[in-house]
Design a protein around this ligand. Structure first.
Ligand SMILES: [Ca+2]
Ligand SMILES: [Ca+2]
Length: 185
């Protein structure tokens, strides 16, 4: 077996271990069965939240994650599928356009969030107060803008957790043993 094949096997073993650790630390009755992504674990709360801030706190206190941030189309596809599997209608994810309507940024990192698959006729900023984002599991997991804190509307929350890969030290090649020089007498 080549060194790189060995490293790949070792890395995937670490991945599996980390995924299991997070699943155990989650207390499964509190969340839907987590889903693995590439270097990620996603999980959805069974608890519902009116406030995005409270939902975000739930992610960090249960499994150590943060509300899911859409970084790529691939990731969006994955979490849409996961949201659909629960059929939940309102699932908070990261992103706010509180500063400028229609321009979304991550609350956690400030990164621009711009890859969406909107529910038809969304985003509509209904009532002028929809500054957060949710997935609608009953509409193929598509995205809608929703209030960040409105008493009449509660959401589950989709959390994202980074699976940390430990670096595998390089295995040194076996060096040729130098000949011992005899010292002339
Ligand atoms: Ca992400
Ligand atoms: Ca909306």
């Amino acid at each position: 077996m080549s060194v790189s094949a060995f490293a790949v096997i070792l890395l995937s073993a670490i991945n599996v271990i980390s995924a299991r650790v997070i699943q155990e630390s989650l207390d499964i009755p509190k969340a839907y069965p987590p889903m693995n992504g590439i270097n990620k674990v996603y999980y959805i709360s069974k608890a519902k939240f009116v406030s995005y801030t409270e939902a975000s706190k739930w992610c960090s206190q249960n499994g150590g994650g943060y509300p899911a941030e859409i970084d790529t189309a691939e990731e969006l596809g994955l979490i849409e599928k996961y949201a659909s599997s629960t059929n939940l209608r309102r699932i908070f994810i990261a992103g706010t356009d509180a500063k400028k309507d229609g321009v979304f940024f991550s609350q956690r990192t400030g990164a621009f969030i711009h890859i969406f698959n909107w529910v038809n006729r969304e985003p509509n900023n209904y009532g002028g107060v929809e500054d957060c984002l949710e997935l609608n599991g009953s509409k193929e997991g598509r995205v809608n803008d929703t209030p960040c804190n409105r008493a009449s509307i509660s959401h589950n929350v989709l959390c994202e957790f980074d699976v940390v890969q430990e670096e595998i030290p390089e295995i040194p090649e076996i060096l040729e043993i130098p000949e011992i020089l005899e010292i002339a007498q």
